[in-house]
Design a protein around this ligand. Structure first.
Ligand code: ZN
Length: 177
């Protein structure tokens, strides 16, 4: 009797899953550990320092004004390495059950504005709310209606106001590379 064939397939499969999920990601990938509160003025964490200089400058100007209103703006997520974005996408496929549904929430490493340093997710909720009311004056705009925390720089908004939002990222032509 030979059991090795029937037993080896699940064992190999399990090991491959472990290898994928154990790939080490850390703050150098833009990860912000659970429970860590990150200021927009942070000078060390790549999640913040990896943001494009123009976006970061606008964000800091807005945060200073928010602070005067008694509201703190925090960075929940900023720049992300392609590896980190890939991990988020894979987790989203597991969470939402299909690549199509995951695409409404998480972009690929090729299309994510976070990987380019051009997007920042703002917290806590009252910080995002403040930015939804005042951000356009700094060129900071919510892009997707389903992501009230996700902001990108649209310099024209200073003069013209916020451009129309997409319902979700699947409407964004940039996501169809
Ligand atoms: Zn985002």
């Amino acid at each position: 009797m030979d059991n090795s064939t029937s037993q080896s397939t699940p064992a190999r499969h399990a090991r491959r899953v472990v290898l994928i999920t154990n790939t080490t990601l850390d703050e150098s990938d833009g990860v912000i550990p659970d429970g860590v509160v990150v200021s927009v003025f942070d000078e060390k964490r790549p999640a913040v320092t990896g943001l494009s200089p123009d976006l970061l400058a606008a964000l800091r100007r807005a945060a200073t004004a928010a602070d005067a209103d008694g509201v703190r703006l925090r960075v929940n997520s900023g720049w992300r390495s392609p590896e980190y974005q890939e991990r988020l996408l894979r987790n989203a496929v597991l969470k939402y059950g299909s690549p199509e549904e995951a695409a409404r929430w998480v972009a690929t490493p090729e299309t994510s504005a976070h990987v380019w340093g051009n997007a920042v997710d703002i917290g806590p909720p009252d910080g995002a709310k403040w930015l939804s009311e005042h951000g356009a004056a700094y060129g900071l705009c919510q892009i997707y209606r389903n992501e009230p925390w996700h902001y990108e720089l649209r310099p024209d908004a200073v003069e013209n106001g916020r451009p129309p939002m997409y319902a979700d990222p699947t409407e964004d032509p940039r996501m169809r590379l």
